[in-house]
Write a protein that binds this ligand. Structure first.
Ligand code: SAM
Length: 481
């Protein structure tokens, strides 16, 4: 492929300055077929299921080919076009897997969020890394996923909903505004920075045109200011992972050395245990397309001062469930009745342990005090579970949000309220297209009312049984066309 001349000049100069980095085969790597990958949700799957599941994603699958640096990450065969084929896959709609370029799986693995931590993904859309962080938190602690671009924040919201993460706040903010509002608040911050995108050239031909227009010169000051804002938001002893998908040293190693000069308490944490990537002498990491199995990527893990446990108890930020006015409680009571109809006692207990709150009729579950985010552009706080509506007969009913169904595991649902559709069942596609489907005698669903429809053990959404018909409740905006 024809690479931008400026890129070739800069990269030749990089290899001349760094004889320790082999250059042979680098330019040729841009003519190879880009690698595709998928990352299985570790909330919705266990590793022993992956082989059986990937056969439904990759039409020419022969054997599992794990991405060495990411648990649950696998390469797809070379001719699998990820956007065309995986985007229509029912397993994708159920949040069972996320299509992700293998190199892009590295930063969240390095960040390695732990349950109970307060984690910020500062440049989060479309959300592949945020979803992985959310899985790692296992419903405990908080994921704040921010995207500065409003249009892109919608994709982020959709991906977080699909993944079934309950404990997240989605912001559409400039990093400086979050820094002013929440200094020293976060345990961990991921900065998957906007960059000149050189690592994307072989995958996305438009990346070359964009590079010609906005090269490293325009993005370096932005990256510097994002890092400085992150420093303000990070608590002492907290950790930052900074990553880019470019080879440009000014955006990568030099960006980090100048950050550490400005903020000398930071130290790089090396990860020699991570195999399959290239480790730099200073502990930062690269994925080189001619030496490693992925597109170009840079990643570095830093700690602010001594790595310590949080000093401010997390309980200081947790909501106290203040008694609501009767009118406000009504929505939650209806939601509880609705949930009690479809969930087992243990399932009901699991979902209703999270404190609830009301926003303009909608019921949300969130552990954290929303006042923390006052003054910031908030796209969503916590889990929107639905709202109460008046029927034409004047009766209040609960209308669930489809994202609620995606947070359930099959075990949380009463067996006769769950319809498991198989891959070969023609009703599966019809359900995802929003059509009414038939209930069969051996489906195991009894009685009328709301049920959860899923693919195998992974819920997709709600439906309403009336006799032998299942009315489709899959949201219009989510349907297959
Ligand atoms: N982490 C994302 C993922 O895994 O799906 C990809 C992030 S992408 C590499 C970088 C993001 O930074 C873009 O969504 C872009 O809109 C956002 N961005 C651009 N300028 C920014 C700025 N000044 N501050 C914060 N984010 C910015």
């Amino acid at each position: 492929m024809k690479l931008p001349e400026k890129f070739i000049k800069e990269t030749d100069s990089f290899f001349a300055r760094h004889p320790e980095v082999p250059s042979e085969g680098f330019y040729e790597s841009f003519d190879k077929i880009p690698l595709h990958g998928v990352r299985f949700s570790r909330t919705k799957t266990v590793p022993s299921q992956h082989e059986g599941l990937i056969k439904h994603i990759d039409p020419t699958f022969t054997a599992l080919d794990p991405v060495e640096w990411c648990e649950g990450g696998y390469y797809l065969s070379e001719d699998t076009d990820d956007t065309r084929k995986t985007g229509r896959n029912p397993l994708y709609h159920a949040g069972v897997f996320y299509p992700q370029e293998p190199s892009a799986m590295l930063p969240a693995q390095v960040l390695s969020a732990k349950p109970g931590e307060i984690v910020l993904d500062l440049c989060a859309a479309p959300g592949g890394k945020a979803c992985r962080i959310g899985e790692d938190l296992k419903g405990k602690g908080l994921l704040v996923a921010n995207e500065i671009n409003y249009e892109r924040s919608k994709a982020l919201l959709r991906n977080i909903e699909r993944s079934g993460i309950t404990n997240s706040v989605i912001l559409n903010e400039n990093p400086d505004n979050i820094a002013k509002r929440l200094p020293g608040f976060f345990d961990k911050i991921l900065i998957d920075a906007p960059c000149s995108g050189e690592g994307m050239f072989r995958r996305d031909r438009s990346a070359c045109a964009s590079y010609e227009k906005y090269g490293p010169e325009s993005i370096v000051p932005v990256q510097r200011s994002i890092l400085d804002a992150a420093d303000i938001m990070l608590r002492e002893g907290g950790e930052i992972v900074y990553s880019t998908c470019t080879f440009c040293e000014e955006e990568d190693e030099l960006m980090i050395s100048s950050f550490i000069e400005r903020h000398p308490s930071y130290q790089i944490i090396p990860h020699p245990e991570i195999k399959g990537i290239t480790h730099n002498a200073n502990g930062s990491m690269r994925v080189w397309p001619h030496m490693n199995r992925g597109d170009g990527h840079f990643c570095v893990h830093m700690v602010k001062g001594e790595k310590t446990a949080r000093q401010t108890p997390i309980s200081g930020y947790v909501r106290s469930n203040k008694p609501l006015k009767a009118s406000e409680r009504r929505g939650f009571d209806l939601a509880r009745e609705f949930l009690a109809d479809i969930l087992t006692d243990a399932g009901l207990e699991e979902i209703t342990r999270i404190p609830y709150t009301n926003h303009s009729g909608g019921v949300f579950l969130i552990d954290f005090d929303e006042n923390l985010f006052k003054g910031l552009k908030v796209c969503k706080t916590g889990l929107y579970i639905g709202d109460s509506r008046l029927t034409s007969a004047g009766k209040s009913v609960f209308a669930p949000s489809n994202s609620l169904a995606l947070t359930f595991s099959k075990e949380m649902i009463k067996p006769d309220r769950y319809l498991a559709l198989g891959f070969d069942d023609p009703r599966l596609e019809r359900y995802l297209k929003g059509e009414t489907i038939q209930l069969m005698p051996d489906d195991g669903v009894t009685g009328n009312g709301t049920i959860v429809v899923g693919i195998g053990s992974a819920p997709l959404g709600f439906g309403k049984v009336g006799g032998t018909q299942i009315k489709n409740m899959y949201p219009k905006a989510w349907r297959l066309i």
